[in-house]
Every structure is written in C-alpha cells, then in structure tokens.
Design a binder for this molecule. Structure first.
Ligand SMILES: *Cc1c(COP(=O)(O)O)cnc(C)c1O
Length: 346
C-alpha cells in the first residue's frame, strides 16, 4: 500500500474508534437531543475554558461560524497572508458573511503581535474599512506546522484589548501545538474570544470540528449552522469517534512529531537547502525546491511512482504531513524513497 503523507486528514478510523462510534448513544441533535454530541461539546469547551461548544462537520465551517459572530458585514478580519481562513476556505468569509480580509505576511507563519497590530485599523469611520477581529492559526499549516509563541499571543491580546478588537484562534492543529509546547489548552483558550478545533486532522476522527466561545455566541452560531445546512441529526455516531480521539490520540502526536523531525533531518543531510530541521516542530515538513530545476509536482510524481504520496502546494514547495497511520517502518521507507529521488536530482 502507498505511504500517504499528503495530509493528516488521510487517516482511517481504527477498530477501537469504530466500536466507539457503533455504541455511541444518539438522538436528534437539531433538537439538542444527542447525548454524545452534547457531552462532546461540553467536554471540549471545558478543556479550553470556554462556556460552550458547537459540533460542526468541518473546520472551515467552525471557522466561518466563529468569525461571523465577531465581524459584521463590511468590516474586516485581519490574518496572516498564508492562513487557512484566507487561502483555503474559498472566499467563504466574503461569500457567506460579507467579511473583508486584509493580511500581514510572516515567515513560516510565525506570529509577531506587532505585525498584526500595525495593520489593524479599528473604528475607521465612513471612508476606510474598520478592523474588528484578528485571526491566529496555531499550528500554522502552510507555515510548516509552526507553533505560535505564547508571549506573542499574550502581547496580541493586550494590543487587541487596547484597540477593542476580538481574537479568533484557528486551532485545527492546536493539539499538535499543545504537545510540542507543553502549553495547556486552557492557557491557549484564555486569549481568544472564539476558537475552532479539528478532530479530523492529527486526532484521526473521520469528521468533525468544534467551534468554542461564549454561550451567547454559540447559541447564535447554532442558528447559522442550521441556516448553512449543517444541522445534523443522530450525529453522536461521529461525536463518539471524537470522544475516542480525545481519549487516545492526543499524547501520541509526539510520535508524529518525532517522525516528521526524522524525515527533516534525513532530507537536510542530503541537501540543507531543502529544509531546516530546527523549524520542524510538529507534524509538517515543508520542502523548499528552489535550488532544483524540477518543480514540486514533478517530484511528487516521481515519489508517487515509488509508492509515496506527497503534496505539491506551490511551484517549488512540497509538503509532507505525518499522522496516525504512518509508522516507523513507513518512515524509513519514505526516507529511502526521498533520498533516492533527491540524490538523483542533485
Ligand atoms: C484543515 C484545516 C482547517 C479546516 O479544514 P476542513 O477541511 O474544512 O475541515 C482549518 N484550518 C486549518 C489551519 C487547517 O489546516
């Protein structure tokens, strides 16, 4: 079978997870009657120190529900240039909520509070767009799984308070940030008005995200979730998978991080311009092919021929993501395939 490092979304539910799904008590969640969904929402909200949570089928929807609760139509959300909300949600903020975005660029997506605060323009009057919220992605996906420094998050909160701005955390991979940094979920939760977390990435659930905030915002978001067509019924079957993921799959993310580091170290040995292993903090390895004549998609095609799937996310940018279904033997095999390819290209 192919080794699939395109994303941490490619994992398949384990037997244990499937058993948890099969035995989950369910009810109609549109009526608020699904006990497994209710307990999941309460559990994740408590974990992050928030009043309430809302189960959503995707992280994009959880992000969109959150930001629409913070930003009025015609106002502005600011975010890093390569953030998921800006680049990978297909303009949803504009299409669904009339939210405009403006961005600041950051190397590897690494947060510096002053980068965001410098471009924020709250209460801009009748002539310029007013900023009302700032989004932070932790870990930063296209930045290469970058863990955001707690000091910068704190500084951003202080600055945002001074300007009257709200903060949203796109925490699709906050689990990875927690395991890499040792910072608790409650600590991360303290600094943000709204949070989205994904259960379908490193945690290995087949589907599911949670939007977290105050009771008031979550009640309002429930209405919007239904309006968007994502009011779901006996969805405790999916929440059961999420409970199982929270029970079993958080601390083991350290293994994904260890294998990502091993990949980076092996590749840097072949050519140090490909990747700096010191920057590989979590489960994402970004490869820079700018010193090669070939494109990222050509390398991805070569790797695929040998049974290794990777993502070409830019003309010269390849992404490898480690996950639950990638073990040490596959890691050795992946290193051997990539070593072969890059040695022959040099
Ligand atoms: C995957 C991801 C999301 C959500 O993606 P969906 O495919 O909609 O579940 C949001 N933010 C980041 C940073 C992600 O990597």
């Amino acid at each position: 079978m192919a080794i699939d490092l395109r994303s941490d979304t490619v994992t398949r539910p384990s037997q244990g997870m499937r058993d948890a799904m099969a035995s989950a008590p369910v009810g109609d969640d549109v009526y608020g009657d699904d006990p497994t969904v209710n307990s999941l929402e309460e559990r994740v909200a408590a974990l992050f120190g928030k009043e309430a949570g809302l189960f959503a089928p995707t992280g994009s929807l959880a992000n969109q529900l959150a930001i629409r609760s913070l930003v009025s139509p015609g106002d502005e959300l600011i975010a890093e240039t390569n953030s998921h909300i800006v680049r990978a949600e297909l303009g949803a903020a504009a299409v669904f909520s009339g939210i405009t975005t403006r961005t600041w660029p950051a190397k590897n997506g690494l947060l510096k509070a002053s980068d965001a605060l410098d471009i924020a323009r709250p209460n801009s009057g009748p002539y310029l767009v007013s900023t009302t919220a700032i989004a932070v992605e932790n870990t930063h996906n296209f930045g290469g799984g970058t863990v955001q420094p707690l000091d910068e998050i704190k500084a951003l909160r202080v600055g945002a308070d001074a300007l009257g701005l709200a903060l949203h955390l796109d925490g699709a991979r906050i689990w990875n940030a927690h395991v890499a940094s040792g910072v608790s979920f409650a600590e991360y939760g303290k600094y943000f008005d709204t949070i989205s977390v994904c259960l379908s990435k490193g945690l290995g659930a087949p589907i599911g995200s949670i939007m977290l905030s105050t009771k008031e915002r979550v009640v309002a978001s429930r209405v919007w979730r239904k309006r968007y067509g994502a009011g779901m019924r006996q969805v405790g079957i999916l929440a059961g998978a999420a409970h199982y993921a929270l029970d079993h799959n958080i601390e083991r993310l350290a293994e994904d991080h260890r294998r990502a580091k091993a990949l980076a170290i092996a590749l840097a040995k072949i050519d140090s311009t490909l990747v700096d292993p010191a920057l590989v903090e979590t489960n994402i390895v970004g490869l820079d092919l700018s010193s090669y004549a070939v494109t990222a998609s050509e390398v991805a095609a070569l790797a695929k021929e040998k049974g290794l799937w990777v993502s070409a996310l830019g003309p010269k940018y390849l992404r490898l993501v480690t996950h639950l279904d990638f073990d040490d033997a596959q890691c050795e095999e992946a290193i051997s395939i990539l070593t072969h390819i890059f040695t022959s290209l040099k």
